[in-house]
Design a protein around this ligand. Structure first.
Ligand code: HEM
Length: 505
């Protein structure tokens, strides 16, 4: 437990709670959005709450995200907030288990592996995987039987999780991982994934079977990748041009050293885990919304027909270049990430006292600024700005058209956004998701911003387009609420989607 120091005048307001150590953990854990919004009304954009003995200062609004994510990493430190969760899963010497300067080089190595050439190759591979999946998986029986009258159904989360791991392993992870998915790799993945839960975030180690399974699986998975690397080194001319292992094998740190085998292995595990739930949740939410809005799903299908129809009515395969010219597809993903960003809380450990800028919080009762104290935590939640009714018209509604209608409604909403001080902030469309002070940040911002954005768009976009070409979708129930009991924002039950084969595919 963190020893909670007595309150000073410069400490941000503390959320009222009855139980000293538990603090607001139950409210935050059950519904962080309601918790943040209610506290924002009561205390303003900056407030502190107690989370199982930890002091966490929340900074809301675009300025709040800028404060946390655009701050110096010496003061607001990601390693200190995450390493107890990630190192037992990813393994040693990578990401948050190495000096930040080394991790920043590792991030660059991964970026080098995500080139336009690799992306060009990936689109066809992803189409193939989705095709195969729908031809073989029992859930797509009525599709396989060519039955255009009977409706079948699939569970949005389970089916999209499978398609995500199949496509990520076929592309980024490489042939050996894809082959391993039919064998022991799947179980290792499941056990390792069992170590990526809110409980693991709160407690690094507990004497529980899930923790033991996590540790055994981490060791075996690390060995699995090291074995692939050893075999590839013996046979460097193999056919692995487009995957990340091949790219990482070529990279060198600034001093000239190549990456060690276990570092490559652990970076690969980190990429697998970072991309799996984030992308599959985005896919599941997009599919659920499309199924509940057949008009938008139809427009998406028409967009495919318009661009890809052959003279005989069949649809030609997509290319990477094509994906950049499908505004409806793009806006459906963009809008899903606005309303359901997979990561609702971004945390940092505070390593020195940091004053809160006056533009973010009113003066404290002594007339001075608040100070976030050293040895506590800060939290940004871009989600709150992404659904702020002061910024977004009909903010709670999933309306992809806001991103690409003629007036650029979303762009306007952002550029017209005026902060509390009355100062006009010109975000401009291009800056929407890049700046540290944007009210739209599903991929984070600043030094720790996501490097998987382009890959995720390509993967999610290709999967959705491939499915929508083949089937119509319907949702017999309303779009489910958020389930906050997983680390990533997932849909609650019921999440079953009904589908029917299209007449022409
Ligand atoms: C970081 C979201 C997919 C790899 C992040 C962060 C967010 C995020 C919000 C910032 C975390 C922080 O500041 O603490 C997403 C979403 C995704 C996605 C919404 C899909 C829809 C991926 C994929 C990969 C990936 C596919 C890998 C191929 C990473 C890495 C970081 C990161 C390596 C850097 C962490 C750091 O620098 O500390 N992601 N991500 N992500 N993501 Fe993603």
């Amino acid at each position: 437990w963190q020893k909670i120091a007595p309150r000073k005048a410069s400490d941000p307001p503390v959320v009222f709670h009855w139980l000293p150590i538990i603090g607001s953990a139950i409210w935050y854990g059950n519904d962080p959005i309601n918790f943040f919004q209610t506290c924002q009304e009561r205390y303003g954009n900056v407030f502190t709450f107690i989370l199982l003995g930890r002091k966490v200062t929340v900074a809301l609004s675009a300025k709040g995200s800028n404060f946390v994510l655009g701050g110096k990493s010496i003061a607001f430190n990601a390693e200190g907030a995450y390493t107890h969760l990630t190192t037992p899963v990813f393994g040693k010497d990578v990401v948050y288990d190495c000096p930040n300067e080394v991790f920043m080089q590792q991030k660059k190595f991964v970026k080098f592996g995500l080139t336009t050439d690799t992306f060009r190759a990936y689109v066809g591979m992803i189409e193939d995987e989705v095709d195969e999946f729908m031809k073989k998986d029992a859930r797509f029986r009525t599709y396989q039987q060519n039955d255009i009258n009977e409706w079948g159904s699939f569970d949005a989360i389970a089916a999209m999780a499978e398609i995500t791991i199949l496509t990520a392993s076929r592309t980024l992870q490489g042939k050996e991982v894809r082959e391993g998915l039919n064998k022991s790799f799947s179980q290792l993945y499941t056990d390792l994934d069992g170590g990526f839960t809110p409980l693991n975030f709160l407690f690094a180690n507990l004497p529980l079977e899930s923790y033991r399974k996590r540790d055994r699986a981490q060791k075996k998975m690390s060995d699995f990748y090291v074995d692939i690397i050893t075999r590839r080194k013996k046979n460097p001319d193999g056919d692995h041009h487009y995957d990340m292992i091949a790219s990482l094998l070529d990279q060198k740190y600034r001093g000239g050293d190549k990456l060690k085998d276990h570092e490559i292995a652990h970076i690969m595990i980190a990429l697998l885990m970072a991309g799996q739930h984030t992308s599959s949740a985005t896919l599941a939410w997009t599919m659920l919304h499309l199924a509940s809005r057949p008009d938008i799903a139809d427009a998406l299908y028409e967009e495919q027909v318009k661009r890809f129809a052959n003279p005989d009515g069949s649809l030609r395969p997509m290319s990477y270049e094509d994906l950049r010219h499908l505004p409806i597809l793009d806006s459906c993903i963009r809008e899903t990430l606005r309303v359901h960003p997979p990561i609702h809380s971004i945390m940092r450990q505070v390593r020195e006292d940091v004053p809160v800028p006056p533009s973010l919080a009113a003066p404290n009762k002594d007339g001075g600024v608040y100070v976030v104290p050293k040895d506590t935590y800060v939290l940004a939640s871009p989600l709150i700005s992404q659904v702020d009714p002061r910024i977004w018209k009909d903010s709670a509604e999933w309306q992809p058209a806001r991103w690409n209608d003629a007036d650029g409604v979303a762009a306007q909403a952002l550029s017209e956004y005026t902060d509390e001080g009355g100062e006009k902030v010109d975000y401009g469309f291009g800056a929407v998701s890049k700046g540290t002070e944007s009210p739209y940040q599903p991929f984070g911002a600043g030094k720790h911003r996501c490097i998987g954005e382009q890959f995720a768009y390509l993967q999610i976009g290709t999967i959705i387009a491939t499915i929508i070409r083949k089937v119509e979708l319907r949702l017999p129930t309303p779009v489910p609420d958020h389930n906050y009991h997983t680390l990533i924002l997932m849909p609650k039950d019921p999440k079953s989607i009904h589908y029917r084969r299209r007449k022409f595919d």
